[in-house]
Design a protein around this ligand. Structure first.
Ligand SMILES: NC(=O)c1ccc[n+]([C@@H]2O[C@H](COP(=O)([O-])OP(=O)(O)OC[C@H]3O[C@@H](n4cnc5c(N)ncnc54)[C@H](O)[C@@H]3O)[C@@H](O)[C@H]2O)c1
Length: 437
């Protein structure tokens, strides 16, 4: 495949977030602190990682941000939509993720970021009621209003380009219907306000129409599984990626499962449970929103372990995932895994994982990387699903008929090889015969 021609990252890049809650504000505050030199953007590949070029003997490992022309964090301008009127400072204080001195160090910049009126249909997020909601019930009119928001945001901030990353709540589980099957049917559906069209789909449609790439940080049915949105992504040459940020427990799962599978160790059961007490936890307390999350979390082991190829080791595995809303913990989630494995001659063993994590601290660097890489992809002329960004997602979207790659290390290899390919560098295959010839 020929190397893409990259347009330069000139001017400023707008980062639009539908949903400015715990993750959204932790990301914005962190990016502001990092660019002021007041804190380090730990967890972000675009800011902290290197990639190897050429042979292991060449000692060429530039920083990713020096190797590919991604936008500079100093050139980012933040905006978004939310159900609540709180500015980003007030929302961050309520989210209780970051310490007061961190928030105070960027208080003025955060306070200036006020959410635009949202598109919200309460049947899609049953535990929330919005106060900052566009008044119309006409879905096409709402899509037009979001498009107008984007144009105004670009104009007011003198922006060349924008990207959008969904950091809004998890919507209820829905399967695609006829209205999602093609762009023309979807637009017809918007005109008659089809009840199967969700708020996130309205945002995605409006973003792509404005040539703003769309990344889906929640398990919502938005890009993957909605042929209409994928059609629009190709038609407008604008990338999409998703879905559901891979942060705590699933990150651990996609690290551990490839290791067990690599050693041909069997798994009888994998029980995962979580307690969390933030607003995300409250939304997920609704069984219909939890269903979206459950489906997204359950899928990962299947493609890593491939029970169809190794029925003896994995076919009878019992996999269960629970999330319990427990307010005292706030954003400081605890995720437990009990893994019943078996080895040589079938002898059983157990692994216990207790991950005391911070949900939004793990998610924020993913938002930054996705914003910068999606902008890069757009400037490289890539459209449709950006599978090379699967690394960031629990439930990577793929074209129909192609199974997703969930192994974190395969995903990382794919991401880095895509960057090498973009810059015309040799891909790394790990064959390594040349060192012995
Ligand atoms: N934190 C993590 O580790 C993690 C991992 C994977 C996925 N996610 C997902 O990221 C999303 C954000 O998580 P969070 O902890 O910030 O949740 P949060 O509840 O703190 O923030 C979500 C925000 O979205 C807003 N919102 C809901 N519907 C909206 C709409 N239609 N338009 C505009 N705003 C809307 C809500 O008002 C809220 O402020 C959730 O869907 C969550 O499941 C988070």
């Amino acid at each position: 495949m020929t190397q893409p021609k990259l347009k330069p990252a000139t001017g400023k890049l707008g980062v639009l977030l539908p949903g400015m809650g715990a993750v959204g504000t932790t990301f914005i505050a962190g990016a502001l602190l990092a660019r002021n030199g007041a804190a380090r953007p730990i967890g972000s590949l675009t800011q902290m990682d290197t990639l190897r070029l050429g042979k292991r003997t060449e000692a060429r490992s530039p920083m990713i941000r020096d190797f590919v022309p991604i936008a500079n964090v100093a050139d980012l301008v933040f905006g978004g939509w939310d159900l609540f009127r709180d500015n980003a400072y007030e929302a961050a204080v309520k989210a209780e993720v970051l310490a007061t001195d961190h928030l105070n160090a960027v208080k003025d910049e955060l306070s200036a970021i006020k959410p635009m009126e949202s598109v919200f249909f309460p049947e899609f997020v049953k535990r929330l009621r919005g106060e900052n909601v566009k008044p119309s019930e006409d879905k096409m009119e709402l899509a037009e209003a979001v498009r107008e928001d984007i144009r105004r945001f670009k104009k007011e901030n003198g922006l060349d380009r924008c990207v959008a990353v969904w950091c809004g709540s998890t919507e209820v589980h829905r399967e695609p219907t006829e209205v999602h099957s093609s762009l023309s049917k979807f637009e017809e559906g918007l005109r008659r306000s089809d009840p199967a069209i969700s708020p996130s789909q309205v945002y995605a449609y409006a973003c792509l129409r404005e040539e703003v790439s769309y990344s889906n940080g929640a398990p919502n049915l938005t890009a993957g599984g909605v042929p209409a949105i994928l059609e629009l992504s190709r038609e407008t040459s604008t990338p999409v990626s998703g879905k559901d940020f891979k942060t705590g427990q699933t990150l651990m799962k996609t690290v551990l499962a490839p290791g067990l599978r690599a050693r041909m160790l069997g798994i009888r059961g994998w029980f995962s449970t979580n307690i969390l007490g933030n607003r995300d936890g409250e939304v997920l307390d609704d069984p219909d929103s939890f269903k979206s999350k459950e489906v997204s979390k359950l899928g990962v082991l299947e493609t890593i372990l491939q029970p169809e190829l190794h029925p003896e080791l994995y076919q009878d595995m019992y996999h269960k995932v629970r999330i319990e809303y427990y307010p005292p913990r706030g954003d400081q989630k605890e995720g437990w895994d009990n893994i019943d494995i078996f080895g040589w001659l079938g002898y059983p063993m157990q692994i216990k994982v207790d991950f005391l994590c911070r949900d939004s601290i793990l998610a924020a660097p993913l938002v930054l990387d996705l914003a910068l890489f999606m902008d890069l992809a757009h400037r490289a002329g890539l459209s449709g699903i950006q599978e090379w960004l699967s690394f960031y997602y629990k439930s990577p979207i793929t074209p129909e008929g192609l199974y997703p790659e969930n192994n974190l290390f395969v995903q990382l290899g794919k991401l880095k090889n895509t960057l090498r390919w973009m810059q015309g560098e040799e891909l790394i295959t790990y064959l390594g015969r040349e060192y012995y010839e």
